[in-house]
Design a protein around this ligand. Structure first.
Ligand SMILES: [Zn+2]
Length: 712
């Protein structure tokens, strides 16, 4: 904590044109919530702000499609999104919205201050205009072919296939998303922020000042700064958004990425009169939790705005996550390939913590990760039920059975090495969890919590109080103890003391598990408190690691199961639902597609010269061997004969071909591509594939040729 006296934690403003899915949760809301709950447990001064982002083009498009007003769209989704977060225990201090008057005022003031300080360049430029709809089109309305990857549905601001940030001028064959008409250019005036002026400061701030940022975040910032920043328009032609507060700005609104991050400030203003302490005092730690698609806006543009305006703190960290895929496929809201949070809550009522657990345990912290329903079931049944829940349940059941329902004493005289070791673990576990949380390594922190529960189970297994109890019973009845010779000659006092000690320790562990797990599993932590008959105040982090949370002789409630098994049918139903949703979306899209719209065939990539092409050494090869790469679902390792030699090639085609089916096939190989290591295997070339709507086909000669034949 050190130099900071208060925390301001933000989670990306969800866009109010649809519900949130579990990829959103895993990407930023859950990690932010875990961090904030931990800070609150430490009694830190913290504010957690969020709200819906309600401006921008997709909302107007959605409104147009549904024949309602943009306000109707945002009202609907603000509620759905807010309810989903609340149900999942995402504990914002405020969940605001950018359509609020206070936010409009705050954004306009921000803009005006920069304007008066002469920080904008006023530029007349030619912008794309839709002659049919008679309006200038914002970037999102403009669709064309991405110059980078050839996607013919790239937007004017970004290609969603390859992730490249674009400007509409870079698109090949730009046309209107509204009317499909080819666009014309018309003169219009806008206010640009010369981001290049802030480059030296940004380099000092990020490249020198925040080397501790996550690799994915730091790397992206560095590559942006290395390639040089440019002026960026901070206004747009539109009638939905925050009006540009200048007299000559009719029909112009603030760029949505100008106003949205200011939403964090407005939400804090709405939350507390003391908002300026959180935004302006240097001893505030500002942390933005976001997904990787928003890195540039939160690490470059918004900090530059804050710096330009002056008087604000800048983010201390931006722990952005990568993306979560579903069942091996990228989430796509338009194809409805997603697990919606509001659906989950309906299908798994009172099992919010299971989803929180699985999403944290598989969080895409350093690379994209995959959510599968099978893994969801396995983690619930094998970890939450069998390890965590089972431990607390056994401790309580045995205590009721063998210790009269009261916390038994810890008989110093009969304590053994294993007991002391276990007690020492309390503080060790606390420190490990703490260190991981402070460094935004939430998966690691959660696995330490589970490790503590696992150790509890092992300890209980070793102490075997149920065996001690049966020996004790025999002894009291005057019967011989034949079955358990290891306790031969032990008296009643010893046996009862050993039972007491083991359960005393397990119950103190259970209390600690409530504290440790609260940031991750808040609903479960509350239920443990209920079982242990302690107030929520026990959950304060100061108490973590203590071996004396429950007083000797204190009566505890009868056990209730904390988690229940998830059955195969439930998982099957979810997978079917996912596929049914996809089919429905595809059918609807097919039905809605305008029948006669000619999509002109255009070159997908910029023109090149023959010399560029001639640099490629393409050869026909024959696949000699093919095998799966262990622990990599998508990769096959191939041995390809190209006549003069045999090449090892790692290819991402395992989802499409069984290894045994492709041995003997001819393929086209890029033979002079620099070798690349994948999963520790050096790939010495690349195989050409044609892609048809997700289906992959080898590019090979129409009749068999000698291996090594050149292709030109
Ligand atoms: Zn692209």
């Amino acid at each position: 904590m050190g130099k900071f006296n208060r925390y301001l934690i933000t989670a990306a403003l969800p866009y109010a044109n649809g519900p949130v899915h579990i990829g959103h949760l895993a990407g930023c809301y859950l990690p932010a919530d875990i961090y904030v709950r931990y800070l609150r447990a430490k009694k830190a001064d913290v504010k957690f702000v969020c709200g819906t982002d309600e401006h921008g083009v997709p909302i107007t498009i959605k409104a147009m499609k549904e024949n309602v007003s943009p306000q109707d769209v945002v009202d609907k989704y603000h509620k759905i999104i807010g309810d989903s977060f609340a149900a999942m225990g995402i504990s914002f201090d405020i969940f605001s919205r950018t359509s609020n008057q206070l936010h409009h005022q705050t954004s306009q003031d921000f803009f005006l201050k920069m304007y008066k300080d002469g920080l904008f360049e006023e530029r007349e430029s030619e912008q794309f205009f839709d002659p049919e709809k008679e309006m200038f089109l914002a970037d999102r309305y403009i669709i064309g072919t991405c110059p980078n990857c050839g996607n013919d549905k790239a937007y004017g601001d970004q290609c969603e296939r390859c992730g490249r940030t674009l400007s509409p001028d870079e698109l090949i064959n730009p046309h209107s998303a509204l009317s499909n008409a080819p666009l014309v250019k018309k003169k219009t005036k806008h206010w640009y922020m010369p981001l290049q002026n802030y480059e030296p400061w940004l380099k000092e701030y990020i490249i020198d000042g925040h080397k501790e940022w996550k690799n994915n975040v730091y790397g992206q910032c560095k590559s942006w700064l290395d390639s040089g920043l440019q002026s960026r328009a901070m206004t747009r032609d539109s009638n939905w958004g925050i009006k540009v507060p200048l007299p000559d700005a009719e029909g112009k609104v603030l760029y949505v990425w100008f106003d949205a991050p200011i939403g964090y400030i407005s939400a804090t203003k709405e939350l507390t009169e003391d908002w300026a302490s959180y935004w302006c005092k240097e001893d505030t730690k500002l942390v933005h939790f976001i997904g990787k698609d928003n890195i540039v806006f939160h690490c470059i543009i918004f900090p530059a705005m804050l710096k330009a305006h002056g008087g604000f703190v800048v983010p201390d960290n931006v722990p952005a996550n990568e993306f979560l895929n579903i069942e091996g496929e990228k989430v796509s809201t338009s194809r409805n390939w997603a697990v919606w949070v509001n659906d989950y809550i309906q299908d798994f009522p009172d099992q919010q913590d299971v989803l929180r657990y699985v999403l944290c345990a598989t969080a895409p912290e350093t690379k994209d990760n995959d959510f599968t329903w099978k893994d969801f079931q396995d983690r619930n049944n094998n970890e939450l039920v069998a390890v965590f829940g089972n431990f607390i349940n056994r401790a309580l059941v045995l205590m009721h059975k063998l210790c009269g329902g009261k916390v038994p004493p810890l008989h110093e005289k009969y304590m053994e090495e294993a007991d002391r070791e276990m007690l020492n673990e309390f503080a060790v576990a606390k420190e490990k969890i703490e260190t991981s949380l402070e460094n935004y390594r939430f998966r690691e922190a959660l696995s330490e919590v589970m490790e503590f529960a696992r150790k509890g189970n092992q300890y209980l297994q070793k102490c075997e109080p149920w065996i001690l109890a049966s020996v004790l019973e025999k002894l009291k009845a005057g019967e011989p103890n034949i079955k358990h010779p290891q306790y031969e000659g032990k008296n009643e006092e010893y046996l009862q003391a050993r039972i007491d000690i083991s359960l005393h320790i397990c119950l103190q562990m259970s209390a600690n598990l409530a504290i440790f797990s609260e940031p991750f599993l808040p609903f479960t932590a509350k239920r443990i408190c209920h079982l242990l008959k302690v107030v929520d105040r026990m959950l304060e982090w100061d108490n973590a690691g203590s071996t004396k949370l429950l007083s000797v002789g204190y009566t505890l409630r009868a056990p209730e199961l904390l988690f229940k098994k998830i059955e195969d049918e439930q998982v099957k139903a979810q997978v079917e639902k996912l596929h049914a949703g996809l089919k429905q979306a595809m059918d609807a899209a097919a039905a809605a597609a305008p029948a006669a719209v000619e999509v002109p065939v255009t070159p997908a990539k910029p023109e090149i010269q023959y010399d560029d092409f001639a640099k490629l050494d393409l050869r026909v090869g024959t696949i000699l061997e093919a095998e799966k790469v262990p622990k990599a679902d998508k990769l096959l390792k191939l041995l390809v004969d190209i006549g003069t030699e045999k090449r090892t090639v790692v290819s991402g085609i395992a989802m499409h071909f069984a290894p045994e089916d492709i041995v003997g096939k001819q393929v086209t190989l890029v033979a002079n591509l620099a070798p690349r290591k994948m999963r520790g295997i050096e790939s010495q070339g690349m195989i050409l594939m044609a892609e048809d709507n997700g289906k992959l086909v080898f590019v090979n000669p129409s009749e068999a040729v000698k291996a090594g034949s050149g292709v030109s």
